[in-house]
Design a protein around this ligand. Structure first.
Ligand code: NAD
Length: 464
């Protein structure tokens, strides 16, 4: 059971963050860095325990749960360098005896709203960097699986994050709306579906907040006939069905160029071999989807694909897992002959379903992908550098993998989904998020000493 916060509790959390900001904002950088260093050590020590909690509440395999935590841990490690990340700039002598420099100052109470699919990584995209920059934070984890997030928050407090600096409220739409409209919250970072992310972006924006919304996706993989067949097929099947397809960077569309279409039966054969079982069971490849509602939605989209004339090459509906007969399982599903107007192409399925299309040329593949409204991730499989270079230049998607199936950037870069997958210009973590969580103040300064020549009153705008 998850206790949803009442309006009074939300106000209390924000008030505590606002009060803590008064002192936290001027806590020395080194003190903030030391807390992050202790936090990363504690996450590492507690990783097996938290991974077990995550698998139990979310359903992904234990190995994938560890990956979920480790990708978040890397952001905490990066936050340990906040001293150099938050440095300003300095230009000497911009005019005679005048220097200009910038300060990157924390902005106040920031908030984060996170989805169910990465209950460790995505909260860790947000609060460590926000706090390391000198802000205080109110986190609203997914109500579907908040337990591993709470374990991480407890470790942050144990690492020395002072009372009031990091606060958690649970809830759904009402709590999210209260965050987006709260007068004392200055910035909102959201990760989740396009529908909710657009609502959050608009509502929080109308209430004067900085907002970044990382949203839904339809990630294509383009397979050229010259690609390394074994590596490509393994990458494609792993990226389509891992985490039961519930990754925002999962490969959900295979685009086979020319003769590469002959590899489709091999994709189906590999997908068929994947073991569907509870995430806690050793040897599981594909765990359950998050809820009965999610399962019903995935199955109804599969039915729509059949009704609209796509070829169902592997059907994962109706599978029963011994010992977990009431589980929300959908087995790997593969469609061939998909057309761009079909619902299975236009909608994010967010389940273990790979849809495939055939095109004649690379240009056709690029045009198809650039016409799709989403822009989260894309992959290209080829052995040609010239093809890869053309693709990275012409493709209109924010994160490109070249022979890499799930190109989520490491934390010294930023997550850079684009177009329909993102609202707001700055991404989470990396240098971009330091900009998101700070206000740049530019100081232009001149100092006089007793020998400075008196140049009289100056009524122009130039600096002399
Ligand atoms: P969701 O949008 O349903 O929920 C996200 C958050 O919004 C949760 O905290 C939830 O409580 C809250 N919420 C739900 N309904 C709401 C409403 N009507 N009004 C206000 N708040 C509401 O998303 P989800 O199902 O938890 O996560 C899956 C989605 O997240 C997928 O679309 C996936 O692509 C996307 N996602 C995107 C990224 C990315 O970086 N682009 C990363 C992970 C997940």
């Amino acid at each position: 059971q998850v206790p949803f916060a009442t309006p009074d509790e939300i106000n209390a959390a924000v008030a505590s963050a606002k009060a803590a900001f008064k002192t936290w904002k001027s806590t020395p950088l080194a003190a903030r860095m030391r807390i992050m260093l202790r936090f990363q050590a504690l996450i590492r020590e507690n990783l097996p325990r938290i991974a077990a909690v995550l698998t139990n509440e979310q359903g992904k395999t234990l190995a994938d749960a560890e990956g979920d935590i480790i990708r978040g841990l890397e952001v905490v490690e990066h936050a340990c360098s906040i001293g150099s990340l938050q440095m300003g700039e300095f230009a000497e002598n911009v005019a005679g005896g005048v220097d200009t420099y910038t300060l990157r100052q924390p902005i106040g109470v920031c908030a984060g709203i996170t989805p169910f699919n990465f209950p460790a990584m995505i909260p860790l995209w947000m609060f460590p960097m926000a706090i390391a920059c000198g802000n205080t934070f109110v986190l609203k984890p997914s109500e579907q699986d908040p337990m591993s997030t709470m374990e991480l928050v407890a470790l942050a407090l144990q690492a020395g994050v002072p009372a009031g600096v990091l606060n958690v409220v649970h809830g759904g739409k009402e709590v999210v709306d209260a965050i987006c409209t709260h007068p004392d919250i200055v910035a909102v970072s959201f990760v989740g579906s396009t529908e909710v992310g657009t609502h959050v972006y608009n509502l929080a924006g109308q209430h004067g907040k900085r907002v970044q919304s990382m949203m839904g996706a339809k990630n294509h993989a383009v397979i050229m006939p010259d690609a390394n067949k074994e590596h490509t097929l393994n990458a494609l099947v792993g990226a389509a069905f891992g985490a039961a397809g519930q990754r925002c960077m999962a490969t959900s569309v295979g685009v086979f160029v020319g003769a590469a279409k002959d590899w489709l039966p091999d994709v189906v054969a590999r997908a068929r071999l994947l073991k569907v079982n509870a995430g806690v069971q050793p040897g599981t490849d594909v765990g359950p989807v998050i809820s009965p509602r999610a399962k019903a939605r995935v199955e109804s989209l599969i039915a729509s694909g059949v009704a609209e004339g796509a070829e169902l090459l592997l059907d994962g509906r109706g599978i029963s897992v011994p010992g977990y007969e009431r589980g929300n399982f959908v087995g790997p599903t593969v469609f061939g002959g998909v057309k761009a107007h079909m619902q299975i192409y236009t909608q994010e399925i967010f389940g273990p379903v790979l849809i495939t299309l055939n095109v004649a040329t690379l240009d056709e593949a690029i045009a198809l992908i650039n016409a799709n409204p989403f822009g989260n991730g894309v992959g290209l499989f080829t052995q040609s550098g010239a093809v890869a270079r053309k693709f990275q230049s012409e493709i209109d998607v924010g994160q490109v993998g070249i022979n890499v199936p799930i190109p989520v950037p490491v934390p010294f870069f930023s997550f850079t989904g684009s177009r329909g997958s993102k609202l707001g210009d700055l991404g989470p973590y990396g240098k971009q998020v330091v900009q998101f969580y700070t206000q740049t103040k530019t100081v232009t300064a001149r100092w006089f000493d007793d020998n400075t020549v008196n140049t009289g009153v100056n009524t122009t705008i130039s600096l002399r």
